[in-house]
Design a protein. Sequence first.
Length: 481
Amino acid sequence: MTSSIGQSIEVLCNEQGIDRDLVIEAMKEAVKAAARKQFKAHDKVGDSIQVEWNAEESQIEIAVQKTVVEEVENPSAELSLAEAQEMAGDEIEVGDALLIPLPQEEMGRIAAQTAKQILVQKVREAIREKVYDEYVDRIGTLINGVVKRFERGDLIMDLGNNLEAVIERKELSRGESWNQGERIRAVIIEISKEPRGQQIRASRASAELLKKLFEMEVPEIYDETVVIKSAVREPGDRAKIAVTSNEKDVDPVGACVGMKGSRVQNIIKELRGEKIDIIEWSDEPSVFAANALSPAKVSQVRITDINERKMDVIVGEDQLSLAIGKKGQNVRLAARLVGWDIKIVSEDVLKKAVALEMGRMMASGEAVPVAALEGVSSAQAETLAEKDITDVETLATTSVDDLVDFLDVSLDEAEAILASAQQIVEARNREVEGAGEEASEDSVAEPESAEPAAQEAESVSSDPAEEPNVQEDGTENESEA
């Protein structure tokens, strides 16, 4: 048994890349555990059994250590002086310790199987410890491998050197399909010390994979001229990555896109067609949010709550669907990229809300100045004031041609200003009409409320003795005292 184990040490060390001394120690522990069971007659406890590796003969040596005494009380741990001198010579004295070799041939099949199991376990633990120490500092790095097999939807990667990594089903991009033998890239997300299962867990769905792929494709990112600030993904569909440059002369977005899109196209190909938006990062949240909503064009950004990190992003009606994206994907990714809660507001809806508020002001008798209109500057408001146009109501009655002449603007600009004014006036009229309808409803409700009072009066005066005397002219006679 010891001979076969000795011959296997070199092969095991070469195959698994394990330190030779570590394997020898594991083997010694395994044989010692088996010897304790086999040689209980020599040592019931097993503490005195010693196992050593003979490097010269490449074999294991098993011995039991006994102390030389004058009178033996514990045969498993003690040896008489006479027996000791017979075995080792007259130099032996009381108190010396002797290692007495044990016959390895007596170790049967069960003992050999026990040693084998313990050795395999110890070697497996050593391998896992080695893998952990080697890869624990590589979390977040890119690994290359080959698709080896599939287990319950999980993909097993062969990394070489008898090493495997697992990509769980949830860590695979949606829509990806792999075949055995294909080359595959993934990013390490976890290294486990657990005795069961794969030690190395990798991901194809992590945003770290996107960052590492850009580092490989873009030299400016590798040498830190361009810096990746953040990246978010909805694997298989769309991704957004925010970049900035440490040098003014380097365009971070252009560097990532590459000549005719060559760099980003290589990454899209690796991610199996996943769309990628490359965003220029800004330390100003409103600017960053406007960039993050690309390809939509943003009209205005309003920060509504800086503590809660909330903002409203105003876009034109034609940009609304682009800003929101398919099933809200674009705004959802932008919010994650920026780190703010983003609410998309239609420009037309906002204008209607402003017009309604101004209409209520006019309905209450308050004049709305021309300068309050969006698109009318203070200089233009002064020009209109010179033409006796000081409020929105007067402006709404002005013709488009006059407005073009007064303000020296294009026809489209004049029509937009006039439409805004007329919208406010229409809102005022609706407000007034609504108030009038409410008043008329109240007046109609008054006679209806009077009818029960009349009926109550009839019921109260139902006694003939109490009925008042009515003259022909309709006036009541005064009752006698």
